[in-house]
Design a protein around this ligand. Structure first.
Ligand code: PEP
Ligand code: MG
Length: 588
């Protein structure tokens, strides 16, 4: 890699969203349009690149003027005026000079320098509150795209680009960006927006990609190809690391690797506390590509399969047979272990589902989860039939998300019954005893857990949502991340209430929210009486070892004290004390 000039080390602080360390050059992307390849140029080629920029700008200008004329002939002046505005953007000396300077200062190819400056400009526009100005970003994007098309991208001398291993740096990444990212090349990512409980962060943890979100610096000032270190343990992005910093991180990677391989050696041991309380340890998955990781992790099946990720590359859910094929693959591969398939939970920060075209003012309080399924019975029926078909291939349970009351459970179960009757008539095999469970993630469900427990076979507590709804803190908003406290007394009381109601009615309770994988809280969760933990595949070995190190009796005594404690921090401290006592080496 060629470095334009020496710089001193810069450390950007953020929120640790997915553990791990990655050392690699950064690649900065922004929204809107695809980044061109980037490569370093020799100083002597700077004038050549600047000339290429001028050519691309001139050519774009000609095309726009031509378009303007053609449109004037067809529709009159008004419509054509838009291209005049586009030409003006290209003539903005300020902007052009900035690209010229970027080519010279960063010694990068003209198209990339142009792209980076435009992204900077666009990002600034997007943050403007004036809706008219914000809308102009689309025009500018349009012009920028034209200019980029007018570069000849097949230049020689390419030394690096997005096809090489890199740290991905972005203003924001959606869950679908993350799910579809090339995991061979993206060694880690950092974003300016985001929070630990966003689905983007959850996916990073599932895939084992180190990630930092909520960076304190502006990513648009960062330069592609800059050497970097991403520290997903303490939430740091370090640019231009010194030799000393590099050596320290290389050592840390080695130490973590040792811990990882010793955990892996024990991954198939029983997940039982030292005094004999057995816990079910399963994995959360989003896409079938995670199956090999699940199998390697030692997880006893899947405690949460987020089926909404089938919408990743599609506008609507695949049909019954396509879904049945995917579910059956998961179920057959994990046999004899159980797979809990959650029905569609689109909405919130996840993939939107038809027919929502407008932005919802409060997506987390709106059209998501079981509400969408019940309002779209044809789609719901296809999914339930597909799940039932898969149940002929192994051990399957179905689970409904976002349950807020009894009638939703009844209606969900009615659909299961209806589909069973249909399949029976059609002579299609399925498990007639298919267990039906619900997510407890809305406070109303936790408060009415005694009513729900009579109707279902199990509870799985979705702490990601339960916390946000209980303390009224948006799980993806970094500005209120400080208030998102899993050990808030209200949250642990709701968890306890849910477990007690389940025990009374003879059903089991698990946790599939991110809290389940946080080993600082394992003593508390075990003490409260949780029977299953479902965590990202990467976290399975660590959580397994934490369970094996603890005594249930000790955890239960601590949890009783925690339930009487008035403060989140105090409750966390109580749990942490046991975690430190029994497995300090596992804590990051
Ligand atoms: C949860 O809310 O805790 C949960 C597991 O569901 P999701 O993160 O998919 O909303
Ligand atoms: Mg949820």
């Amino acid at each position: 890699m060629v470095k334009a000039h020496d710089e001193s080390e810069v450390v950007y602080l953020g929120i640790a969203a997915s553990p791990g360390i990655a050392i690699s050059p950064v690649h900065v992307i922004a929204r809107g349009f695809k980044a061109p390849d980037v490569y370093a140029i020799e100083e002597s080629l700077v004038p050549h690149e600047q000339a290429r920029l001028n050519e691309a700008l001139e050519q774009t200008k000609k095309q726009l003027i031509d378009l303007q004329k053609r449109l004037e002939n067809l529709t009159g002046d008004n419509e054509a005026a838009i291209f005049e505005a586009h030409v003006m953007i290209l003539e903005d000396r300020n902007l052009v000079n900035r690209v010229m300077e970027a080519i010279a200062d960063r010694q990068q190819n003209a198209e990339y320098a142009f792209y980076a400056v435009m992204q900077n400009f666009l990002e600034a526009m997007r943050r403007i509150h004036d809706p008219y100005l914000r809308e102009r970003t689309a025009d500018i994007e349009d012009v920028a795209q034209r200019v980029l098309r007018n570069f000849d991208a097949n230049d020689d001398g390419r030394v690096s680009g997005p096809d090489d291993a890199h740290l991905l740096i972005a203003y924001d990444l959606s869950p679908s960006d993350t799910a579809s990212m090339n995991r061979r090349h993206v060694l880690g990512f950092a974003t300016e927006l985001g929070s630990v409980n966003s689905h983007t962060a959850i996916l990073a943890r599932s895939f084992g990609i180190p990630a930092v979100v909520g960076l304190d610096g502006s990513v648009i000032d960062m330069v592609t190809l800059t050497p970097g270190i991403l520290d997903g343990y303490s939430g740091k992005l370090i640019l231009h690391p010194t030799a000393e910093t590099l050596a320290r991180y290389r050592k840390l990677i080695e130490q973590k690797e040792q811990i990882r391989s010793s955990l892996n050696a024990k991954r198939n041991a029983a997940t039982e506390t030292i005094d004999g309380r057995e816990l079910m340890l399963s994995a959360n998955i989003e896409i079938v590509e995670e199956l090999p990781m699940v199998k390697r992790s030692g997880a006893k099946g899947v405690g949460l399969y987020r089926t909404e990720f089938l919408l990743l590359n599609a506008d609507e859910m695949p049909d019954e047979l396509e879904q049945a094929k995917v579910y059956s693959q998961v179920v057959s591969e994990l046999k004899p272990h159980r797979v809990i398939i959650r029905t569609l939970d689109a909405g919130g920060d996840k993939l939107p589902v038809e027919p929502l075209t407008d932005q919802e003012p409060n997506p987390f309080l709106g059209w998501r989860g079981i509400r969408v399924s019940l309002a779209r019975p044809a789609m719901f029926r296809e999914q339930i039939r597909a799940i039932l078909r898969a149940s002929a291939h192994g051990k399957v349970s179905v689970m409904f998300p976002m349950i807020s009351g009894l009638s939703e459970v009844w209606r969900g179960k009615e659909m299961v019954k209806r589909c069973m009757d249909e399949l029976e008539k059609e002579n299609i095999a399925f498990d007639a005893e298919l267990p039906v469970g619900v997510m407890i993630e809305v406070p109303a469900a936790a408060i009415c857990a005694d009513l729900l427990a009579k109707e279902v076979d199990f509870f799985s507590i979705g702490t990601n949502d339960l916390i946000q709804y209980t303390v009224a803190v948006d799980r993806v908003n970094p500005h209120v991340a400080e208030l998102y406290r899993p050990t808030h007394p209200a949250v642990i009381r709701l968890i306890k209430r849910t477990i007690d109601a389940a025990t009374e009615h003879g059903i089991w309770t698990g946790i599939c929210g991110e809290v389940a994988g946080d080993i600082r809280l394992t003593p508390l969760l075990i003490g409260l009486g949780i029977e299953e933990l479902s965590v990202g595949p990467q976290q399975v070995p660590r959580v397994g070892q934490a369970i094996r190190s603890l005594s249930y009796a000790e955890c239960a005594a601590m949890s009783d004290e925690a339930l009487r404690h008035p403060r989140s921090q105090g409750i966390l401290d109580l749990s942490m004390a046991l975690a430190r006592k029994h497995y300090a080496d596992l804590l990051d």
